[in-house]
Design a binder for this molecule. Sequence first.
Ligand code: ARG
Length: 463
Amino acid sequence: MAKTRQKSWQARFSQSAHALTESFVESLSFDHRLWPYDMAGSVAHAEMLAEVGLISKADAKAIRKGLEAIEVDIRAGRFRWDPSQEDIHMAIEAALTKRIGEPGQRLHTARSRNDQVALDLRLYTRDAIDLDVLPLLVDLQRALVASAERYQAAVMPSYTHLQRAQPITAGAYLLAYVEQFERDRERFADARRRMNFCPLGSGALAGTTLPIDRQAVARKLGFDGVCRNSIDATSDRDFITEFLAAAAMCAGHLSRLAEDWILYASQEFAFVSIADAFCTGSSMMPQKKNPDVLELVRGKVGRVYAALTGMLTLTKGLPQAYNRDLQEDKVFLFSAHDTLSACLRIMAEVVRHTAFNVDRLCEATCRGFLDATVLAEYLVGKGVPFRLAHQYVGRLVAGAEKQNRELADLPLDEFRVVCDRIGPDVYGYLGSANVVKRYRSEGSAGPASVARQIRFWKKRTAG
Ligand code: ARG
């Protein structure tokens, strides 16, 4: 059997771990990125241990100084990550003890890696939300709002079932995405509120007989309080699943936006033009300019969904409390976080570098009877019951279609054959430009409502 180095838990074992076991159970290769959180937790824990008299003030100081020196080494790229250490917690503690001696051996008093890793993960996820995902979401919203302002009055077709529906302004279309990303922001903020409780001091699962002060540790680390139940605290990963669920929905929104613009950038639509810097060419077809960035945003969403289903699968059959399965949670958390972060970052730039082809948008609203609904509403204004108005307009559309004309091209007497309530003022209702100006319901897709919405979003996304 291949011999390996002694572990901190080796004392009760008569054999050292097989080399295969060692590499199979290690997590240092992927959890090393938790180091800032592991250290912050250790500093707070050591300070508390000194405050309650479980270690001396001098020991706590030596621990803090030692960890600071290790931090300097890590940041400078000088730290040697010892591959024989099982995980980030062992690696840091071993390096600390090597550096400062006995005080390092006191650090793990009243602590288990089970509450330690639960703490590191909560701190990591909280930072991922506060310092990365939320700022990136706001930045993307700002890019969309700026574009909505630029194109607030540009008339374009809307689609339901991918069939031309009613005329809208491009501003309204863009702000619809801002709403989706706002709900994402709320979901992340909500997940953060629930995760912001400190699991440290729960030990392996049952707590400790030592007189620790959990509240003090929680305060030092910026938590709103402590996890109430030590068994739950060490085995709960709901906060990761919630983060991944919010990430999955957010990624889905990015995918929808990407899909829209992939379509809109096609020659068939030609609604938008994405800057060359965010497209790539073909190795064979010289004329090609492909929206690869957007296709990859759409594609990478798969990783985020995979992370969520992976995490749900990982946790669904676990007996209470901590099980080593949970070590895999980081794979899903990091993968989804990295992917979402990269997608959000590039999407904001794509939005800033995408121009709407205003003439082409307008042209696309000229055909397809996008003003039919407003004609029915015109008839409602003349006292015609809506169901009847719908039928009249249906008849008018069928007639115009046969003649290959639009509703605005029909002479008044042709309108009056179908419904004699129609007067010459009808022409002020037909054509997309007239239609969008007439939208008056709150939140509608016309220029006045869009101007109001833009004012709201500018305030809401102001930094
Ligand atoms: N590397 C482990 C994880 O990420 C740390 C906790 C291990 N605890 C234990 N008792 N083996 O879950």
